[in-house]
Design a protein around this ligand. Structure first.
Ligand code: SF4
Length: 882
């Protein structure tokens, strides 16, 4: 027999060194049952002994998940001794705890009767909530185990039902350890482990506390992988919200830009559960707390159901015809560039495409944008490389040997993507450099953590480049062959010595040197930057400087490298690609005469120059400053299209009820430029309609027909109009998304700039450091920074609907500052800036850096002095007891 050939059930198969028997069998379609085995990559434990196989010459049966395939090995997966052993092990598992689902059916006369009874009893309310979806039950049925000859053991541990989202039933736990592996090796949250010994064994959170009191972040990975009924969503215990009998529809998450693939479990036109789609990128079954448990908003009774028109200061119900006629008249009356159209990074790509088409071709305005659009912030990357998008796929993060994260509280804002970073560090030995003033969770994994003074990012980046050039650590051949502008860059960073940068940024000079050497020393070093970089006055400069850093080290266009600005919302990339920005048409074609950006629209509205506004799927009053509200109040006419009566909708003259992501077909484009399907799972409440349909109807009311059979039809037009979407259609997106730019044949581009930059030669750009406008002074002595936290997302409208998601915000402050301000933990305080004031509880935390306080993004809006969300990362405030 040839080398690396194994015989399984009489068939010869080749194998790779290190592959287990189970992996070879699975790869070749031979079924070996498993229970504790998690997935390729996780360490197999062999705990359940269900995957036993017979190996010729071996003295006993072996767990196929742990035994490497060997040359000339002869394996039987289904021989009588194997089946006997599996049945015995199943009996033992069924006896470990309370698994009454089979035991109660002993009276059935025949095996068929028994199976029928099991199926019929699915509705039995006393049964385990995992009844019908339990792997142990499935295996017991498959191997005809109806009873157990062993005395069932009693668990000494009571049911834990005090957590948000998750119930732990220790009486059903078979200690297979899948949840521990999922927590430690997949999501790398390390919240649970094995505790105690022998019959007292238990899966515990640190200190044997409840999940609620532990480091658990409620990503629910443990629930997803639990093969029995030991870890179950809280809602499964309530008959109305149980997912028994639900159908599953695959779609894309509507929160952040990772674009996790998920199943919506639907029953009676309601979403009753959400699970991750296994074996598909980018999440391979994982979700974060928002994606997995933040879906109650879809079923909310407060959803808008009927169009409304404001009359005498109050909203009254109206028909679609009446509402659209009024909107058409008012927009036409305001006319062309006196109208602003604000879209959202949450609506689908197809909705976005039609919104800009309506704005430019029907209303006749150039003024179209979406809030917090990052397009201008990544212009430095675009100028340098030809594209402002993330250069590398998410999967490349695990191929990096150095990762630099700047301005991203990644574990809370992009939970599933952060797992890639954590796995790279803990399982693959990558080095991590984190730059953030706060002691955010990802700093636990960092080799170097630099705490900069807000607003000084260009200085520390230039400082790192200075060290790399002075110590000749840069990639000279890459710089010479692929870039231009090196000598200008070299002169511009010469002044940014580590000593000088320490003075500007507060980062010790030795740390800057260490980080520079570490980054330059990586074979493949990846830069990930978040809104902490882009949502500030000098955001574009920060991204330019980071691009310089990557380019001089030869890190763009290689596997595991790249400059990767994370988009915030689910379809921020799609909104930009479709031209929902003032200076770009679909397919990133520049316009000759750009319209007004969102912030400029607000300014013109305040001046009375902008008369009417159409806002689709966003709530700028909820996320904006007092000036935003004042601007909208000045308009002659405001129409808002949304799923809830948001703060902005309350101000509208006409409110149009739209469909949530669960109620429509379309696509979202994730942060790695991958176009992925969104699928309709339920019908919208009342007469709410999909955004694309409302836009078409409005266009018709304005005298221009927009006829589409549906989103698929719109995508066809996009593929013909935007060259970067060439060849994309729903058939090709059915099983997996396609990263743009795509070809006419439908293949995508996971990694940009591989042989040459999209602009040809990469452009190194000298970047000046300009100190932040708002520095602390006697009146406002503290910096305020903002960002996402785990349970908050944008204006919080959707998350507040999810039972159990904590929503009371607090201001996070260091002990030193709390003492200086004479405030204590839990006090209600007044936080004031030059723009406004808010009241909030104090959280004294070691996360906060002295001199800088933090407030979750949706709640800080009234304090923003720029009124344009430009200085969210460096505004100054004072704090006093309320
Ligand atoms: Fe949704 Fe983002 Fe969480 Fe994935 S990481 S489940 S896309 S919010």
């Amino acid at each position: 027999m040839a080398e690396n050939i194994i015989v399984i059930d009489g068939q010869e198969f080749s194998f790779e060194n290190g592959e287990t028997i189970l992996q070879v069998a699975e790869r070749n379609g031979i079924f070996i049952p498993t229970l504790c085995y998690l997935k390729t990559g996780a360490t197999p434990t062999g705990a359940c002994r269900i995957c036993l196989v017979e190996i010729e010459g071996a003295r006993s049966l072996m767990a196929s998940c742990t035994v490497p395939a060997g040359p000339n090995m002869v394996v039987r997966t289904d021989s009588p001794p194997v089946v006997r052993a599996r049945r015995m092990n199943l009996e033992l598992l069924l006896a470990s705890g309370q698994h009454n689902c089979l035991a109660q059916d002993q009276d059935a006369d025949s095996w068929t009767d028994f199976q029928l009874k099991v199926l019929k009893d699915k509705e039995h309310e006393e049964l385990c909530p995992a009844y019908g979806i339990c792997r142990l039950q499935d295996l017991a049925i498959k191997y005809r185990v109806r009873t157990t000859h062993f005395e069932p053991s009693e668990t000494p541990f009571p049911l834990e039902n005090i957590n948000p989202f998750i119930v732990r039933d220790f009486s059903r736990c078979v200690l297979c350890g899948r949840c521990v592996q999922a927590c430690n090796e997949v999501q790398v949250n390390s919240a649970i482990s094995y505790g105690y010994r022998g019959s007292e064994s238990k899966i515990v959170a640190a200190g044997d506390r409840s999940l609620k009191e532990s480091d658990c972040v409620f990503c629910g990975e443990c629930v997803q992988v639990c093969p029995v009924g030991a870890l179950v969503p809280v809602k499964e215990f309530v008959p109305e919200t149980s997912s028994a009998g639900a159908t599953k529809i695959r779609t894309t998450c509507s929160y952040c830009s990772v674009g996790c693939q998920m199943y919506l479990h639907v029953k009676d036109n309601k979403v009753v559960n959400v699970t991750g789609v296994d074996d598909v990128s980018p999440n391979y079954g994982s979700l974060c707390v928002k994606g997995r448990f933040g879906y109650d908003f879809i079923n909310s009774a407060d959803r808008l159901k009927i169009p409304m028109i404001r009359e005498n200061g109050k909203h009254r119900e109206a028909s679609w015809d009446e509402a659209l006629k009024l909107v058409a008249e008012k927009l036409a009356k305001a006319g062309g560039d006196s109208v602003g159209v604000v879209t959202s990074a949450r609506i689908t790509t197809e909705d976005s495409y039609l919104a800009q088409k309506l704005a430019r071709n029907v209303i006749g305005t150039k003024n179209i944008d979406h809030q917090l659009s990052q397009s201008s912030r990544v212009s430095g990357l675009e100028h340098a490389t030809g594209s402002g998008a993330m250069t590398n796929p998410i999967s490349d993060i695990e191929k990096s040997d150095v990762i630099l994260i700047a301005g991203s509280n990644i574990t809370e804002s992009h939970g599933v993507l952060s797992s890639y970073v954590k796995r790279a560090v803990t399982l693959k030995g990558a080095k991590l450099i984190v730059i953030d003033p706060r002691k955010i969770t990802i700093t636990r994994f960092a080799s170097v953590w630099m705490r900069q003074t807000p607003g000084t990012d260009v200085a520390w980046i230039n400082g790192m480049i200075n060290v790399i050039i002075n110590e000749k650590l840069y990639d000279e051949s890459y710089v010479n062959s692929r870039t231009s502008g090196f000598s200008e860059l070299q002169s511009s960073v010469a002044q940014f010595t580590p000593e000088k940068v320490e003075g500007i940024s507060g980062i010790p000079k030795d740390q800057i040197i260490e980080a520079a050497r570490m980054y330059a020393g990586g074979k493949a070093a990846s830069i990930i930057c978040g809104m902490g970089m882009t949502q500030q006055e000098g955001g574009a400069k920060c991204v330019s400087a980071l691009t310089n850093l990557a380019m001089i080290c030869g890190n763009i266009g290689i596997e595991g490298g790249g400059v990767n600005p994370l988009r915030g919302q689910n379809n921020a990339q799609g909104a930009c690609d479709m031209g929902c920005v003032p200076d770009v048409l679909p397919g990133n074609r520049k316009v000759d005469a750009p319209g007004l950006s969102f912030s400029h629209m607000m300014g013109k509205a305040r001046e009375g120059a902008l008369k009417a506004m159409y806002i689709i799927g966003d709530n700028p009053v909820g996320s904006g400053s007092a000036q935003t509200k004042a601007s909208l109040e000045k308009l002659d006419f405001l129409v808002v299209q949304d799923i809830f009566m948001t703060e902005t909708a309350q101000m509208a003259d006409v409110v149009l009820p739209s469909a949530s992501f669960a109620e429509k077909d379309g696509t979202f484009v994730n942060t790695e430029r991958k176009v992925q399907r969104v699928r309709k799972a339920i019908n919208s409440p009342g007469s709410a309609k999909e955004d694309w349909r409302i836009i078409c109807d409005l266009s018709q009311a304005m005298g221009t027909a927009m006829d589409y059979d549906g989103p698929q039809d719109i995508m066809q037009e996009i593929a013909e109009t935007a060259s970067s979407y060439a060849g994309i259609n729903y058939d090709r997106l059915d099983t997996d998304g396609i990263p743009c730019p795509s070809t006419a044949e439908g293949s995508g581009t996971p990694r940009l700039h591989v042989d040459k930059f999209m602009c040809g030669q990469g452009v190194l750009q000298a970047v000046d450091f300009i100190p932040p406008k708002n520095a602390p002074d006697a009146q406002y002595p503290l910096y305020l920074t903002t960002g996402r936290d785990l349970y908050q997302f944008r204006t919080a409208t959707r998350l507040q609907e999810s039972a159990g998601l904590p929503s009371e915000p607090s201001v996070e402050i260091s002990m030193e500052d709390a003492v200086a301000c004479k405030v204590g933990d839990g006090d209600t305080v007044k936080i004031a800036s030059s723009a406004g004031e808010i009241h909030m509880k104090v959280l004294v935390s070691e996360k906060a850096m002295k001199g800088t306080v933090f407030i979750p993004l949706p709640f800080a809006a009234p304090l923003d002095p720029a009124a344009e969300t430009l200085e969210y990362k460096a505004c100054t405030v004072k704090i006093e007891k309320a």
